[in-house]
Design a protein around this ligand. Structure first.
Ligand code: AMP
Length: 215
C-alpha cells in the first residue's frame, strides 16, 4: 500500500502527474480542490461559503471543513492500494491530522512528492489553464492551443480563481501556509523534491523511481 501526498504551488503540474500516478499505481485519487468545486455547486449555505472563500477571496477553507471532507471520503472509498492526496494537506494542522487519521487505520504516509516551480512560471501556466466544468479535467492551452472541448464533451472554461488578482493571493498563501509543511515532511523523512519545470516525462520517470520502491 502506498499513501502518497502530491504537493506544489498552483500550476506546478500536480494534475498531470496525478493522472500518471493514479493510472500506473492504482491509487485512489483524493483531490480536495475538485471535491470543493463539486460541493460548491449545491444551493445551500455551505456552498455559498465555499464559493465566497475560494472564488472571491482566494483563501483556504477552514481546516475543520476540509478534515470532515477527508474523513468522509476515506470512509466512503476504502482503498487496498492506497491514496494519492492532491491539494491536501495545505496547512500544518491538516498534515498532522492526516497522520493521525491514517495512524488510526494502522496506516501511514508513505511518501510526499514536491513539485517546485517559480512563481513566474506558475503565473504563466495558470493564465493558460482551462477546466472542464462537467468532469473537472484540466487542460493547458500552452500545450494544446486549439482545445476548447473536453474529451467528455464539456466546454472548457477559465476557473474564476485563476484570474490574476486571485492567483497572486493563492501563491502567497502557498508560500506562507503550505510551504512550512515541507520542513515537517523533511523531518519525517518522507519528502522528495522535483523540478516542476523539467519535461513532463522526466518528472514522471523520477516520480516512478520513488514509488517503485514501495511496490
Ligand atoms: P485547487 O484546485 O487545489 O487549487 O483548490 C481550489 C481552492 O479550493 C483553493 O484555492 C482553496 O480555496 C480550496 N482548497 C482546496 N484544497 C484545500 C485544502 N486542503 N485546504 C483548504 N482549502 C482548500
Amino acid at each position: 500500500m502506498i499513501n502518497c501526498i502530491l504537493i506544489g504551488p498552483q500550476g506546478s503540474g500536480k494534475g498531470t502527474q496525478a493522472e500518471m500516478i493514479v493510472q500506473k499505481y492504482g491509487l485512489t485519487h483524493i483531490e480536495t480542490g475538485l471535491m470543493i468545486r463539486k460541493r460548491a455547486q449545491y444551493h445551500d449555505k455551505k456552498a455559498e461559503l465555499m464559493n465566497h472563500l475560494t472564488n472571491k477571496m482566494g483563501i483556504l477553507l477552514p481546516d475543520g471543513i476540509i478534515l470532515d471532507m477527508i474523513f468522509n471520503e476515506l470512509a466512503e472509498k476504502p482503498s487496498e492500494k492506497g491514496y494519492l492526496f492532491d491539494g491536501f494537506p495545505r496547512t500544518v494542522k491538516q498534515y498532522e491530522s492526516l497522520k493521525e487519521l491514517l495512524n488510526q487505520k494502522n496506516q501511514m504516509i508513505t511518501t510526499a512528492l514536491y513539485l517546485n516551480i517559480s512563481d513566474k512560471e506558475a503565473i504563466k501556466r495558470i493564465s493558460s489553464r482551462r477546466l472542464c466544468p462537467k468532469c473537472g479535467k484540466g487542460y493547458s492551452i500552452l500545450s494544446d492551443p486549439s482545445r476548447i472541448v473536453c474529451d467528455c464533451g464539456g466546454i472548457l472554461i477559465k476557473r474564476i480563481d485563476d484570474e490574476p488578482d486571485i492567483v497572486s493571493k493563492r501563491l502567497e498563501l502557498f508560500h506562507k501556509t503550505t510551504q512550512p509543511i515541507l520542513e515537517l515532511m523533511k523531518k519525517d523523512g518522507i519528502l522528495s523534491e522535483f523540478n516542476g519545470q523539467d519535461q513532463i516525462y522526466i518528472i514522471s520517470d523520477n516520480i516512478s523511481k520513488i514509488l517503485d520502491k514501495y511496490l
